[in-house]
Design a binder for this molecule. Structure first.
Ligand code: SF4
Length: 448
């Protein structure tokens, strides 16, 4: 059954707005006590006192229950606007609610639809972050997800003169993202472990730990230890997002996870100096060596490279993809894979800020790269599709600059942000991106 058939014959009969993610999937940030169903709806606060009595409320919040009631009745929860916008393009438009529902058995969808919306349900897929401790401060991240970003803001003050950043990502330390000091007891983390040990370990199919940098959190190691000492008790697939940078204890990871089938997700989208510029804290050689050490061990289910496609990565993205394909040739098709995820926020770092001639040149490099690899037995279908999707996105005909009105603002912010980033991080945009130098130097700063 293809996606459209699934939508028409399975999903829509349950209701016109049904999405299984509202029942079975969650991201929970335990440091800030917030949760959401998928990456689209805004996160909301979980009641701290309520989870102490009933840890299932980490996921089954009053807001999600109200959203479930709406979905059962075919009404649209406003937080899911991302999907409604896509579906309003036409009856056959496939939104994420199709993809997020398809991953579960059809019986589970019926069970969710027929469960009273007031009842707590156990998760099947979960992403959790214990805290925001991270030794990196990537340009597209912010203090809500990185303690090194917090230090930048506390030491140097807010980034100034940005006019397109309505969410104020770079102007304050996001103290609400870390409600408890290190070493202080966090009732959300206590509730998670209570829920995990009672029955979550039985129902959860996949648990993905994110951060910050999860390998810098003692709670991640506690969970890995749980799997070791309770071998066979849980069939949950464990996955860890790690920047695989310096200060991450690769020896301990290799040692602690022997005999466990874990997936490792790591972010990178460029090579060499350009990767180090975009992902402040990364040392290219260390990252590449660490990937190879994990591959050499042969003990991981897969190493997945997540590429966040921004304006600065495009001049060396094809080299990174080549590097990944060479790893595939050496270690096997499934040992390492990649996804290309197009950055939307902060919008001034989007590839769409680039001038047409550069977009066209970068598009052509990807076209050339894909034509060399698309028939290889070593490339996955989703990797071909992601590359083609990015090629279409960079095509100035298929994705024109829709926000002509905002472009001066985005250009102002690009120049303002990277000028301050260079000063704060001892970096040099011109050295890292010589091809962008002329365009960058001519970007207009707006008068405030
Ligand atoms: S309907 Fe869309 S936005 Fe809402 S939870 Fe499902 S996938 Fe996410």
């Amino acid at each position: 059954m293809n996606d459209l058939e699934f939508k028409h014959t399975v999903l829509d009969p349950l209701s016109a707005s049904f999405c299984a993610a509202k029942w079975y999937n969650a991201t929970i940030w335990l440091g800030s006590g917030q949760t959401t169903s998928c990456h689209h709806p805004p996160a909301h606060l979980v009641d701290r006192d309520a989870v102490t009595a009933n840890p299932r409320l980490l996921h089954n919040t009053p807001q999600k229950k109200e959203d479930r009631r709406k979905m059962i009745n075919g009404e649209r929860p406003p937080g899911c606007e991302y999907c409604w916008k896509i579906e309003d393009m036409g009856r056959d438009a496939i939104s994420d609610r199709v993809y997020k529902s398809r991953i579960y058995p059809i019986e589970a969808l019926h069970e969710a639809r027929n469960t009273p919306y007031t009842k707590d349900v156990n998760l099947r897929t979960l992403e959790i972050a214990f805290d925001r401790t991270c030794q990196f401060a990537c340009s597209y991240c912010n203090p809500a997800f990185s303690s090194t970003w917090v230090r930048d803001i506390k030491r140097n003050g807010p980034y100034t003169q940005l006019v397109s950043d309505g969410r104020n990502h770079f102007t304050h330390a996001h103290d609400s993202a870390q409600l408890y000091e290190y070493g202080e007891s966090n009732p959300y983390i206590d509730a998670f472990f209570k829920w995990w040990e009672s029955d979550l370990h039985r129902t959860l199919q996949e648990l993905r730990i994110t951060g910050g940098e999860p390998l810098m959190s003692g709670h991640t190691w506690k969970l890995i230890d749980w799997f070791k000492t309770n071998s066979g008790k849980s069939s949950t697939r464990l996955a860890i997002n790690s920047n695989l940078g310096t200060q991450v204890d690769i020896d301990r990871l290799l040692d602690s996870t022997k005999g466990m089938a874990i997936d490792i997700y790591t972010s990178n989208e460029a090579v060499g100096l350009q990767a180090e510029y975009i992902r402040d804290g990364l040392v290219w050689d260390d990252w590449a060596n660490n990937v190879e050490r994990l591959l050499d061990s042969g003990q991981f289910r897969g190493i997945h490279v997540m590429c966040t496609i921004n304006a600065l990565c495009l001049s060396s993205l094809d080299q990174l993809l080549e590097c990944i394909m060479n790893w595939k040739l050496e270690y096997g098709r499934d040992a390492v894979s990649f996804t290309l995820n197009i950055l939307r926020f902060p919008s001034f770092q989007s590839p769409l800020v680039l001038p047409d001639n550069l977009r066209t040149e970068y598009k052509q490099r990807l076209v050339d790269w894909l034509s060399r690899w698309c028939d290889s037995e070593f490339i996955h279908e989703h990797e071909v599709n992601h590359t083609q999707r990015l090629i279409d996105y960079l095509d100035v005909v298929k994705t024109p600059h829709s926000d002509a009105f905002d472009r001066p603002k985005l250009h102002n912010d690009f120049r303002q942000f990277y000028t301050q980033y260079d000063q704060r991080r001892s970096k040099d945009f011109h050295t890292a991106f010589p091809q962008l130098k002329e365009w960058y130097d001519n970007l207009q700063i707006q008068q405030q």
